[in-house]
Design a binder for this molecule. Structure first.
Ligand code: TXE
Length: 479
């Protein structure tokens, strides 16, 4: 099938008739083509967005809210179709797409449809100077949203929903590896009555289509989720044009386990935080540190559970681990397993490709647990972004804090303990944008989301996202 660009409410082939193959990771076959859109396609998307902005930015909050909530309802009504498309494109189990990705995409529209009706600004009376200040929160204009392949519709809509709720018009690009659900979203937006030109979706490679978006002088804000190197490149291109940037980048998150935790709960959740979505979530706890007194027990119990995970075709209802997103990504993850061996890590389980009967050319890998000799080896420092975790013991709170913080990333951290003082102390000291205590990936959409250090700049979520997609203008009136 051919995926096409969604510009001004209609579907268009790319002007240069340039196409790239779209792979199904579960069997390695090409099942479609997507445009590799050029600068001209991006320009057309920009023109549609620009000409719609004056009317969309003047649409009442109630009307914007009504349309966003309608999109949310239509996504829910099309849950099966979207979940199957997401799984086919990405390799994730259909059950995961059905329970997490698509419901969350629907929640993004519902949440920001509601949030915009509650978004207020401040006023300040300058007492003694007979003046009052009030702050207007005005939409920016045309904004760019660029998203990755790991949680395709989930992250695409996490950007688009607040952008359009705040009154902007959007030029958006999903990952070239997982374009399908973004393509289907266009139809849903038309059905929901979103005015033509509010959302424009261009498909293509980062180096052509993505580059044209970030270089466009009149796309004044970019919200990006993806790799740290790409984030750094975007910052460099955007800086001379003073674009507003929100960059959500990689992670190498510590999962710190103290002996006083609720053990069974920790064990179950740690399996999930290590391998959900084949470990391809920027929030996965890929470095597991365990207090020495329970280290051996943990290793035995954890490895037993991991060995029980079923690697299989994404459509099978009992599959826990589906396919990795691409051959290239599978190769990268396998290279890291070799690097670990070269650095004297012990493979406690996994480490090999899996041949799934009937789907021999799919990109399957066993969930892998590596016991590492030191915290500064490469597999403990670099983002692998696959079904691979490291484990090692620690003795004291201070030791583990140092190791946890000794990476260039700072997205999230998970802490397992029932000690209140330790919880407070560690949560304050961990260098991360998000700390979970005795849970993982419990997301409340009102809370700020983002990282420190090389994990990015800016915060998404709640009013933070609406603030990002608006400019504050202060008006001071002397009376
Ligand atoms: O990401 P890219 P890739 C990490 C993970 C992964 C690595 C590389 O470690 O192995 O990044 O993944 C678009 N101008 N994460 O190569 O390239 C691209 O088309 C504008 C972490 O897939 O960063 C896609 O839409 N856009 C992560 C998006 O950027 C450009 C999720 C992300 O692709 C561009 C995914 C350019 N010059 C990978 N180049 C997370 N934080 O969750 C690329 N793109």
């Amino acid at each position: 099938m051919k995926i096409t660009n969604y510009i001004n409410g209609n579907f268009h082939n790319p002007i240069e008739d340039n196409w790239i193959d779209n792979y199904n990771p579960s069997d390695g076959t090409v099942y479609g083509q997507i445009p590799n859109s050029s600068k001209e396609d991006v320009e057309n998307a920009y023109i549609a967005a620009k000409s719609t902005f004056p009317s969309w930015s003047q649409t009442t909050f109630e009307e914007r809210s009504r349309i966003l909530i309608k999109i949310s309802e239509l996504l829910e009504a099309n849950l099966e179709r979207f979940a199957e498309a997401e799984s086919k494109d990405n390799g994730k189990p259909v059950s995961l797409a059905k329970s997490v990705d698509i419901p969350r995409a629907a929640s993004n529209f519902r949440f920001f449809g509601n949030a915009i009706t509650q978004f207020t600004s401040e006023s300040h009376e300058s007492v003694g100077q007979d003046a009052i200040n009030y702050t207007l929160r005005q939409p920016i204009g045309v904004v760019g949203c660029i998203s990755p392949w790991n949680l395709p519709l989930y992250l695409f809509t996490w950007k688009i929903a607040p952008a359009i709720a705040a009154g902007n018009c959007v030029v958006a690009k999903p990952s070239e590896v997982t374009p399908m659900t973004a393509y289907l979203l266009g139809e849903i937006c038309n059905e929901a009555g979103l005015p033509k030109g509010v959302l424009n979706i261009v498909h293509g490679l980062g180096s052509t289509t993505g580059q044209a978006i970030i270089e466009h002088p009149d796309i004044k804000a970019i919200s990006f989720t993806g790799g740290t190197a790409t984030g750094a490149h975007i910052a460099k291109v955007a800086a001379p044009m003073f674009k507003k940037l929100s960059l959500e980048l990689g992670g190498k998150n510590p999962n710190i386990i103290f002996a006083d935790c609720d053990y069974e709960d920790m064990l179950q959740t740690t399996v999930r935080s290590s391998f959900a979505n084949q470990g391809q979530i920027c929030l996965c706890g890929s470095r597991i540190f365990v207090e020495a007194s329970i280290y051996d027990k943990f290793k035995t119990d954890f490895v037993a559970k991991v060995k029980g995970l079923k690697v299989g075709h994404p459509s099978d209802t009992d599959t826990n681990i589906g396919a990795l997103v691409s051959q290239q990504h599978l190769n990268k993850v396998k290279d890291y397993i070799q690097i670990a061996k070269d650095e004297n890590a012990t493979v406690l389980c996994g480490g090999n490709e899996v041949i799934v009967k009937g789907f021999e050319h799919g990109y399957y890998l066993e969930p892998t647990v590596l016991e590492v000799p030191t915290d500064d080896c490469r597999v403990n420092q670099e983002e692998i972004f696959g079904p691979v975790v490291t484990v090692m013991p620690f003795n004291t709170e201070n030791d583990v804090l140092q190791m946890a913080n000794k990476v260039k990333y700072g997205l999230s951290a998970t802490l397992w303990t029932n000690d209140l003082k330790r919880t407070m102390h560690m949560s304050n000291k961990l260098q991360a944008g998000i700390v979970w205590v005795n849970t993982w990936m419990l997301r409340d959409l009102r809370t700020p989301f983002g990282g420190v250090k090389d994990s990015g700049v800016g915060r998404e979520g709640g009013f933070e996202a609406l603030r990002f997609f608006t400019e504050a203008k202060n008006v001071c009136i002397k009376y």
